[in-house]
Design a protein around this ligand. Sequence first.
Ligand code: ADP
Ligand code: MG
Length: 315
Amino acid sequence: MNEFDLIKTYFDWPNPPNTVSIGVGDDAAIVQVPSGEDLLISVDTFISGVHFPSDTPADAIGYKALAVNLSDLAAMGATPRWFTLALTLPEVNPLWLQAFAQGLKTLADAHGIFLIGGDTTRGALSITIQVMGTAPKQQALLRQGAKAGDLLLASGYLGDAAAGLALVQGRLNLPAWASDYCIKRLNYPSPRTRLGTWLVDKASSCMDISDGLLGDVKHILQRSQVGARLNTQQFRWSKALALLPMEQRLAYALGGGDDYELLFTLPPILWARWQSELLAYSDVQVLGCITNQVECIEFDQMPSKSIKGYDHFDN
Ligand code: ADP
Ligand code: MG
């Protein structure tokens, strides 16, 4: 199979949406940004052995490479529209490609995003996906805007994916059902697209949690020039994480990565008004509140170990 057959077979999808006038097959794609909307663009690279264990199933690699990008669009309140795929492969393995493309397309279809082009090269396995989305002009959600007194919320349970990684690396043991659940949360995160678009006009700030709550919340605090108080005793946990001692749960939630939940702030009056709608989108929970102690994080209880977010250049 040559490069062109490969692209035609796996990445030239039928039935483009009407915002695409030229997709895969020409030198560049042509799309129409709906009038009254801003274009939002984000890119993430996914490298075997760095971002996922090298024995990760191919469909999970395809799924997750797109999921982490969709999560960035959700964090801005954008509607997903188009994406490009730069794929570097060590070899042409049709079984692997079939599963990879299927993982990618299943998630793309579920979120209404369409593959419009890319690049295919030979080398160590690496996947770069650039997503494009749109949001009502000047209304995209930002990391700035949180105000003292706002509540700090998350779109679901934290720490499950970090436990999943510990499980696949043999650093943790859990009963089979709990282990399956955590590994699924690691390999198939749920981008909160619908919640993100709903939060436009409502949340005072928003981002996605990819590197651990503690490291990520600092970005909101810096951009908004505020502080936060975390009520860790009130955190809600998945049934799987509830099997672990509190200290270990907190280590995964505060310092682990790969949750891909939304972290956002809301004035308490809006939480009171919209709580039931928010709970319908996902298991939204209150993590704490915003304070005026600029860039300070206070805890209801001090975590006993020092925990920090994941940083590729600071290990
Ligand atoms: P060029 O040499 O002009 O860059 P390519 O041979 O790289 O063209 O690609 C041919 C067409 O296939 C282009 O439209 C490109 O966007 C598309 N394409 C290449 N690789 C991929 C891929 N992995 N996924 C989707 N589209 C791809
Ligand atoms: Mg090319």
